[in-house]
Structure formats: C-alpha cells, structure tokens
Design a protein around this ligand. Sequence first.
Ligand code: FES
Length: 175
Amino acid sequence: MTSSSSAEPTRRDFLFVATGAVGAVAGVAAAWPLISQMNPDASTIAAGAPIEVDLSPIAEGQDIKVFWRGKPIYIMNRTKKQVEEARAVPVSSLPDPQSDQSRTKEGHDQWLVVIGICTHLGCIPIAHEGSYDGFFCPCHGSQYDSSGRIRQGPAPLNLAVPPYAFISDTKIKIG
Ligand code: FES
C-alpha cells in the first residue's frame, strides 16, 4: 500500500509533464503556419499580385489607405469642390504639369487613387491637410493638391498614380 501510494504522485507528475511538453510542441507547430501565412511568398511579392478594393464604404469627402506591393495607396472619394479645384488650375502653371483628367478615370471623376509616398524623400503625406485640399507631407512641408499634384515645397513630382482599373462602379483592381 505504502509503495503504491507513493508511486501514484510520481506517475501523475510524469503524465502532467509529458502532456505539457506535447502542448508546447503543438503550440510551436500551430504558430509557424500562422506566421508563415502572414507573409506572401517571394514569388507572390515579385509578381505584385493585384488587389481588389470595394469603394462602396468610402463616403464623399473621405479616403482609405490600402497596401499594394508594400506601398500605401490612398483612395479618395473627392467632393465636387475638390474636383473643381483640381480642374480649374492651369496645367502649365504646375511644377509637374499633369491634368486631373490624366490622373483619374473617365466617368469616375470623384475617385483619386495615388501612391502615398512623398516624391521628396519618401515620407507618407497626410490626406485632407495642407493649403490645397489634398495632402500635406509633414517631413519637409510639401503640399499636394486634390489631384495629388505637387504645388508647394521640396517634392519634385506629383504623387504617382498606380496602375488600376474599375471592374465595376464600386470596385477597382490595383495592379
Ligand atoms: S519627404 Fe515629404 S517633404 Fe520631404
């Protein structure tokens, strides 16, 4: 009796330790695929897989930021005032002359899609800031208008427009 009662705790201890060890291994095994899924594989990155974005939740005057090829992309549902301002500026007066029409898609005038990387030294400009109803880069004060065109400050070029297309009235494909 004495020997059996003293053996039981030992067996329970062993089972507890063994279960704990299996649990720890399973935890590591479960974590690895999760981490691995969060990073696209090299071929997907190289191919720059296109992304589809639903525009319906973006109200007039608002914008969202998505990521494509690791770059921030601003998608802005411009107000009529923003569109009018962008189209009223004489293109020849701009540091990087481009018409608003050439930077947007016909029939979808209110939508502006630009890569949110300042063409000066690569900071991310802030939307709806600055003197031109567009974007402001806080790093060195570049100001972009409501078409994402450089209007003031050290940045030499307009915010780039990524390749994209409307696949329906409320959905675009970037890339
Ligand atoms: S990085 Fe934007 S102004 Fe310098």
